[in-house]
Design a protein around this ligand. Structure first.
Ligand code: PLP
Length: 380
């Protein structure tokens, strides 16, 4: 029997045709070409944001966000400890201090009730991470941010097409950062986008994006020569990447519908184990429509987590844990600040197990995974 991997990159439509078109017809392979524009317009119209800028990763989008918010040495940024390193690195690169906050036990998202405690006179931004494509409590987070005059930068790496009260994730804060890394729902190998929701930030965003030049204004005929006007870097993806991505964007409804179907199937198959108290399945608040990004289960503890990973591996199935909490990592201790204990983060990372979920997976694969988990718990 074939092994079931955790994730598998895929082609959903005309990816290869569009790459050929980029080379043969468009003759434009560097950044900011026809396919980049198509991707940006697609995101602006589907998500409802005034400006999307394609980047070579979500990491790059987060770094642009830190630059756009003028984050500098000594500034503080509040984020969950249970996240990917890029969420923190983007700010550490500017000399700022990531302040690690705890997560909610139900969604594993930044706990809005502990943000006030983490605030100081140095706080400049709050970075909610929408874990597994499930929305953070954005109303509460925006209230706190407005009250204290700090920016909100959404790490929406996992939440392509998910919504909170009908609004797309990544469009709610001042800035939103998406990922098209091959492990996400919609992919281009490496890839990302910055959603600039605060229109006042758009002109500078375009300058940072084009290596600190006013090349975008020049291309639009707003200035008659282009030159170095600000700091910046090469944040753009090449056109081969955006050609691939554009086809995925066209197919994104089908891709997400498929993932949500597999997600719901997992839920059905494991319901009995949850009822018996053997495990917990993901919680999704009514305020939020999600994209089936991660199906995870919460186990009794670390011993069971390790045993089940081994049992799945022995049966040709790849299940994986998730983030080692940043506040407890070598770099997190060196660069970050943890003003209060993070009991939920410390507990959940040793209890979570993510199950295989990818576009080409079918119902029989889900059955094989869930049958294996049921055997693990019941011995039959
Ligand atoms: C994947 C991910 C990132 C990084 O995305 P890249 O496109 O690989 O740079 C950042 N934050 C979160 C929460 C992620 O899941």
């Amino acid at each position: 029997m074939k092994d079931i991997p955790f994730n598998k990159p895929f082609i959903a439509g005309k990816e290869l045709e569009y790459i050929t078109r980029a080379i043969n017809e468009n003759g434009h392979l560097s950044g900011n070409g026809p396919f980049t524009l198509k991707c940006q317009e697609w995101m602006e119209s589907h998500f409802g944001t005034p400006k999307a800028l394609m980047t070579h990763s979500c990491t790059a989008a987060l770094e642009m966000a830190a630059l756009l918010c003028d984050i500098g040495p000594g500034d503080e940024v509040i984020l969950p400890s249970f996240t990917f390193v890029s969420t923190a690195n983007a700010f550490v690169l500017r000399g700022a201090v990531p302040v690690f906050a705890d997560i909610r036990a139900d969604t594993l998202n930044l706990d809005e009730s502990v943000i006030e405690q983490a605030l100081s006179s140095k706080t400049r931004a709050i970075v909610p991470v929408h874990y597994a494509g499930v929305a953070c409590e954005m109303d509460a987070i925006l209230d706190i941010a407005h009250h204290h005059g700090v920016k909100v930068i959404e790490d929406a790496a996992q939440s392509f097409n998910s919504t909170y009260k009908g609004r797309h994730l990544g469009t709610i804060g001042d800035l939103g950062c998406l990922s098209f890394h091959e492990t996400k729902n919609v992919i281009s190998g490496e890839g990302g986008a910055l959603l600039v929701n605060d229109t006042g930030m758009i002109p500078r965003a375009e300058i940072l994006w084009e290596k600190g030049t006013n090349r975008v204004a020049f291309a639009n005929g707003q200035v008659d020569k282009y030159t170095w006007v600000d700091i910046g870097s090469s944040f753009l993806p090449g056109e081969l990447t955006t050609a691939f991505l554009y086809s995925q964007l066209e197919q994104s409804d089908a891709i997400i519908a498929k993932r949500v179907r597999l997600f719901e199937l997992y839920r059905e198959r494991l319901e009995a184990l949850e009822t018996r108290g053997e495990l917990q399945m993901p919680y999704q608040p009514d305020t939020c429509q999600t994209n089936g990004h991660i199906f995870y289960i919460i186990l009794a503890g670390e011993t069971e987590q390790k045993q089940l990973i081994r049992y799945l591996t022995a049966n040709g199935i790849k299940g994986v844990f998730h983030y080692i909490p940043l506040h407890d990592s070598p770099a997190g201790k060196k660069y970050g600040r943890t003003p209060a204990p993070l009991p939920v983060t410390e507990e959940m990372y040793s209890r979570i197990l993510r199950l295989p979920l990818y576009y080409e997976m079918d119902e029989a694969d889900v059955d094989r995974v869930t049958d294996c988990i049921i055997r693990f718990f019941t011995g039959t």
